[in-house]
Ligand binder design. Sequence first.
Ligand code: CA
Ligand code: CA
Length: 479
Amino acid sequence: MKENRILMQYFEWYLKPEDKLWQQVSREAKNLSETGITDIWLPPAYKGAGGKYDAGYSAYDLYDLGEFNQKGSIETKYGTKDEYLQAINDLHENSIDVYADIVLNHKIGADEAEYVLASEEESQNRNKDKTLPKKIKAWTKYNFTVRNNKYSDFKWNYNHFNGTDWDESGRKNGIFRFSGKHWDQNVDQENGNYDYLMGADIDFNNSEVVEELQKWGKWYINFTGVDGFRLDAVKHIKSTFMANWIKTMREIKPLKCVGEYWNRDMEALKWYIYKTNSTIPLFDVPLHYNLYEASNSNGNFDMSKILDNTLVKQYPELAVTFVDNHDTEPGQALFSWIQDWFKPLAYALILLRKEGLPCIFYGDYYGIPSHNINSMKETIDKMIAVRKNYAYGEQIDYFDNYNIISWVRTGDDIHPMSGFVVIMSDGPGGGKTINVGSKLANKVFYDYTGNVKETVYVDQEGNGIFYCNGGSVSIWVKK
Ligand code: CA
Ligand code: CA
């Protein structure tokens, strides 16, 4: 078991088919492993409604990993099935575990539309019908004729869904609940009931659906050899279904997983953790929003509260901490991009803390050329090196100031170089007297980031005055 694991989200929204991501993964696997990445989250690998221009979240055929000429191409946005399997293989050769991104909430891009009775719902209160049941034409028939029953002969139709957002006969948008169906109660409570997100919403109370998705999950694990799942849009999926599904999949092997429950309210996350019996770690969305607010407050954020009301503080063993992702990028659905100046502070807060599994975003690491966002590779690589080589021993916090906060890792005996002091400010620069403990006493420290040039001497008692610049972070290690 490797210590100090680091997950990386290996894609951003604006990648193009020409970027051939799976091939890039194969090329980079060795470098990533040597840098210190232990786990990689790859984007949805199956065919979306948009074919090779689909980021993968408009799930069409879960069995088409870039193998069948469906939706205009054999390959997906990221490449072919063989390239995907090769990429996973190359990551495994380099001791990196792979998380597959899976979208189970909905399907989009049906082969045929069919008539079904449905009531239109109030969009802000989905528990309320706006109309009596009437006949609509819904895109709910999935035949996959090109795949021709390879891997599975399951065909989807309106019985397998709760509702949709488009009536083809009336050419009308809305939220339509199919007659005889109800929104599941074990979902997020925003908009009255947030079961419905997009496309044709899958009905997890249908036993054929449950059986087929279990069959598919087992197929996926055996076919691809992935080590875990990133579960998309779990707040829209019956929580008890998700927990049972993961439990069944874990009978095959001890799968890792992380759920995307996009809500900054800890009460909602607590409810989900309770409902899923603490078996599904979640992205720390509240932490992301704290970082976002701090980055937009020009120093007027109380840094002593930066970890307040977060998953990593309240449920550290279930927290996957992150700075930004493909949805928070400029121009995307959950736009909440953390400003440049704060990014190093944010990465220190996820990579150099003891708690949480940190997840590095591809768009930060390599940059996002289409939106003039620069690569932070040099900064992130330094912090990864610190996590790998120095982040051991007890953690002591100095979250005691409106602007300048700090924490210490005291080092341990197994890693002779280990131990550090992180100090950061969202406002003016300054210093803080820190006690680093006995292992680091009577030593000279330097700033690994190079932001502060002077050295710091720690006395016999382990006390030293450490510094950072304004709106900056410094990481002090033994010289
Ligand atoms: Ca749903
Ligand atoms: Ca402040």
